[in-house]
Ligand binder design. Structure first.
Ligand code: TRP
Length: 331
């Protein structure tokens, strides 16, 4: 690692089609972090297989996520972008940390409780161990800050607990990571259910989610059909979750304040407002899709980015892994 910047680490699972929420809440803003931090972005395919994936779809989604990062402007020279399964240190450290984490603390993870309920009788052990793998991800890179949503807070706290526990036994091996609340970036909610986060794994209702690779006409239609309320006033308020969400989307793209947006739309009806929002969304996504298609069709380029990212990540991760192995007594 060059200079003495702190490390920022984040991961995203390639377990579905990336959404407008993923983009506006996360990777649209990642370039703005690169001056201040050494940024490492992991495409978490090891995490994705904690629930059954179709192999050809997993491959497709993994490549697509990477191509989308690049298409959205994330600079792969200035940041480390890689595929988790390309760096075997993740699996190795995860095993070791399994021996330093407790059944009790893993049983308390709310995401495990939610996800395991959907699995019937046979709950994969990996689903239970998932947060340990996530701790390994974070700790391998001596990460200081992890930008994640509220839903990941518990996992981050576990990573901290494991790191502190390990350091207490063996000395200063891991940097203790902190949760990073980004200065920019919006939490985007579903269009049909604006009180719940827009999620790529929410495949039940197509109209609830804008996928970045949706046809542009489809995107405009989804916005037009989004759920609002009946008082026809464009005001940013918790009592109006649908309108608030559309304003958040509009502001995240235009960089306007919500006060400014309220002024812009003073006197507009919902129809015209939705029209305006859908126009900025479509014009934001259009060039990304064009670039995405170019990148995805350039197989050699993409392969190079993958190889390069893996090499950079592998180097950093193995420094920590070697230290850990020595500490626990492996020859
Ligand atoms: N578990 C995270 C999610 O589902 C993704 C993830 C994997 C991650 N490893 C990570 C996030 C490390 C932050 C740090 O959103």
């Amino acid at each position: 690692m060059l200079e003495n910047k702190k490390v920022l680490f984040s991961g995203m699972q390639p377990s579905g089609r990336p959404t407008l929420g993923n983009y506006l809440g996360a990777f649209k803003n990642w370039n703005s972090l690169q001056e201040e931090y050494d940024c490492i972005y992991c495409i978490a395919d090891l995490h994705a297989i904690t629930v059954r994936q179709d192999p050809s779809m997993l491959r497709k989604y993994t490549k697509e996520l990477l191509a989308l990062y690049l298409a959205a402007g994330l600079d792969n020279e200035k940041n480390t972008i890689y595929i988790q399964s390309n760096v075997s240190a993740h699996a190795e450290l995860a095993w070791i940390l399994n021996c330093y984490s407790y059944m009790g603390e893993l049983s308390r993870m709310t995401q495990f409780k939610d996800k395991s309920q959907k699995q019937g009788q046979n709950i994969p052990t990996g689903l239970f161990n998932y947060p340990v793998l996530q701790a390994a991800d974070i700790l391998l890179y001596q990460t200081s800050v992890v930008p994640v949503g509220e839903d990941q807070r518990q996992h981050l706290e576990l990573a901290r607990d494991i790191a502190i526990r390990f350091n207490n036994i063996y000395g200063d091996v891991f940097t203790i990571p902190e949760m990073y609340i980004p200065k920019v970036g919006a939490k985007i909610m579903g269009l049909q259910n604006p009180t719940k986060k827009m999620s790529k794994s929410d495949a039940d209702n197509e109209n609830n989610v804008i996928y970045l690779l949706d046809d542009l006409k489809v995107i405009a239609n989804k916005i037009k059909r989004s759920v609002t309320d009946s008082d026809n006033q464009i005001i940013y308020s918790d009592d109006k979750p649908g309108i608030k969400n559309l304003l958040n989307i509009y502001c995240a793209i235009t960089n306007k304040s919500t006060e400014q947006a309220e002024k812009d739309f003073n006197g507009f009806g919902y129809g015209a407002f939705k029209e305006a929002v859908s126009e900025v969304v479509v014009e934001e996504i259009r060039p990304i899709q064009e670039k995405f298609n170019t990148i995805l069709s350039d197989k050699a380029f993409l392969e190079n980015v993958i190889k390069d990212g893996a090499k950079k990540a592998d180097y950093i991760a193995n420094k920590t892994l070697r230290k850990v192995k020595k500490k626990v007594g492996f020859i």
